[in-house]
Design a protein around this ligand. Structure first.
Ligand code: SAM
Length: 401
C-alpha cells in the first residue's frame, strides 16, 4: 500500500536532488549563479523578513519555488499524511509525577492512537519508562522496558514500584543479540523517539520474530552506525538515492526564526567560519571546503583575525603575512547571507525526505507481512517528530461455520 507513494516520492527526490543534496556551507554563490541564474537572483533578493515568512509557511514556499522547481507542488502534496484517530484514555492521578509537561502531552497523544490489543508491551529504548507507565496504567497489561542507561532503569523502576505498576526494567543494549530475547511473538512493541538505528533495529527484530504489533515514532535519522543510509525496503534498495549522514539531518532541520541574541551569535560564528573558508581557499589555491572543529564560544569575542589564526593552527595551515582580514570577514558575511537562503531552499525538501525515510520503514514492514498505518499522532507544537508507524499482523479472516 505504501510502495506506490514511496516510488512517487523517490522519483521526485531523485529528479530534484541538485536542489537539496548538498552542504550549503560548501557551496559558493558563483556556482549557483552560473547554474541557476533566475533562482539565484530570486533567493538573493529576499529580505530577512521574507526568508522568515517563507520559513513559517511551507505552502507559500512551495508556490514561490514552483517557477524553478516544477516538482514542488507534487512533493508538498506527498507530505500530506492523515492525523491518526485518537481515543482519549484516562490516566490515574499522580501518574505524571516527574514527567515534564510537553513529554506528558506526547505520551498521551502516542498512547491515544494505539489500538488496544490486550497484549503485553515491550518499550524499546525506554529512558525512565514514561511511555510504559502510561501504557500499563491505561491497558493493564505488563510492560518490559529495555534501556541502556542503568541510572534511568533504576529511576524508572523506583517510580513504577511507588505507583504500583507491573513494569520490568531491563538494562541492555538494543543492538546486542542478547536483547532479541525480549521480543516475543505475542507482544506489542513500542519505541517513542528512539534514534536512527535504534528504532530500525526494533523493526528488523520484530519482523524477524513476527511479533504481533509494533508502533514507533522515528527521530534522529542521521544517528546510524554505517557511514551512509542503509535502505530497508526493496524500493529503497533499488533507488538511485544514496543518503549521507548530512542528508539524513535535513528532516530535523526545521529552521525556526530565532530571537535576536541567538541570531546574532549564529551570524558571528557562521560568518567567521565562512570567511575563514574563503580565505583558506585563496591561500591553498584550492576551491574546496575545509571543515573546522567546534570552537569555544569565548574565542569568538576576540574577533575574526583571532578566529582565523586559531582555525589555521587547527588545520596545520600557514597563513602568509599581510592578509586583509577585513576583506575576508566581509566575504564570510556575504556567504552567511547566501547560506541562509540555500537553507530556505532546502526546507522545501525537508518533510518529503522525512516521508521517504518513513515510507521506507513502512514498506519494509509490509514486505514482512504486516498491515501498516502511517500518520501523525500529535500536532507539531507538541513535537515536530510527530509521525507514527504502526505495523500489525492481521490474521486472515476465517468464515464462521
Ligand atoms: C531520545 S531517548 C527516548 C526515551 C523515551 N523513549 C522517551 O521518549 O522519553 C532515547 C533513549 O535510548 C537510550 N539508548 C541509547 N542507545 C541505546 C542502546 N544501544 N540500547 C538501549 N537503549 C539505548 C538512551 O539512553 C535514551 O534513554
Amino acid at each position: 500500500m505504501y510502495a506506490p507513494l514511496f516510488s512517487k516520492l523517490d522519483h521526485l527526490l531523485v529528479e530534484t536532488r541538485n536542489f537539496w543534496q548538498f552542504m550549503p556551507f560548501a557551496e559558493t554563490p558563483a556556482a549557483w549563479e552560473a547554474d541557476h541564474p533566475a533562482l539565484y537572483q530570486w533567493l538573493m533578493a529576499l529580505t530577512d523578513d521574507e526568508v522568515a515568512y517563507y520559513l513559517s509557511d511551507s505552502t507559500a514556499l512551495s508556490e514561490a519555488l514552483r517557477t524553478w522547481i516544477p516538482q514542488a507542488d507534487a512533493l508538498t502534496a506527498l507530505t500530506d499524511v492523515p492525523a491518526l484517530a485518537h481515543i482519549e484514555r484516562e490516566t490515574p492521578r499522580g501518574l505524571d509525577t516527574g514527567i515534564p509537561g510537553r513529554k506528558w502531552s506526547q505520551l498521551q497523544a502516542f498512547n491515544g492512537v494505539l489500538p488496544a490489543l490486550s497484549l503485553p508491551w515491550l518499550e524499546w529504548c525506554a529512558g525512565k519508562g514514561f511511555l510504559g507507565r502510561v501504557l500499563h496504567a491505561t491497558h493493564q497489561t505488563p510492560v518490559v522496558s529495555l534501556e541502556w542507561q542503568q541510572a534511568l532503569c533504576e529511576s524508572g523502576d523506583e517510580a513504577a514500584k511507588k505507583l504500583g505498576l507491573d513494569m520490568t526494567f531491563v538494562q541492555g543494549d538494543a543492538f546486542s543479540p542478547d536483547s532479541e530475547q525480549y521480543i516475543q511473538p505475542q507482544q506489542h512493541a513500542v519505541a517513542l523517539h528512539a534514534c536512527g538505528d535504534l528504532h530500525v533495529s526494533l523493526l528488523q527484530r520484530v519482523a524477524a520474530k513476527q511479533g504481533q504489533a509494533v508502533s514507533i515514532s522515528p527521530c534522529c535519522y542521521h544517528l546510524i552506525r554505517d557511514k551512509a543510509y542503509q535502505p530497508l525496503s526493496q524500493g529503497a534498495k533499488q533507488s538511485a538515492l544514496q543518503l549521507s549522514k548530512h542528508d539524513l539531518r535535513l528532516p530535523l532541520q526545521e529552521t525556526v526564526t530565532a530571537g535576536n541574541r541567538v541570531r546574532n551569535l549564529r551570524f558571528i560564528e557562521v560568518s567567521f567560519r565562512l570567511g575563514f573558508d574563503s580565505l583558506q581557499r585563496a591561500v591553498r589555491a584550492q576551491d574546496t571546503y575545509m571543515p573546522v572543529p567546534n570552537v569555544q564560544k569565548a574565542l569568538l569575542n576576540d574577533g575574526f583575525e583571532a578566529f582565523c589564526l586559531w582555525a589555521a593552527e587547527q588545520k596545520g595551515l600557514t597563513l602568509p603575512a599581510g592578509i586583509d582580514f577585513a576583506h575576508w570577514q566581509q566575504q564570510g558575511e556575504m556567504r552567511f547571507y547566501w547560506v541562509e537562503r540555500l537553507e530556505l531552499l532546502r526546507q522545501l525538501f525537508r518533510r518529503p525526505l522525512e516521508m521517504w525515510l518513513v515510507y521506507d520503514r513502512a514498506c519494509f514492514m509490509e514486505e514482512a507481512g504486516y498491515q501498516v498505518t502511517v500518520g501523525t499522532f500529535c500536532d507539531k507544537p507538541i513535537t515536530p517528530r510527530n509521525l507514527l508507524i504502526h505495523a500489525e499482523i492481521v490474521s486472515p479472516w476465517t468464515p464462521t461455520p
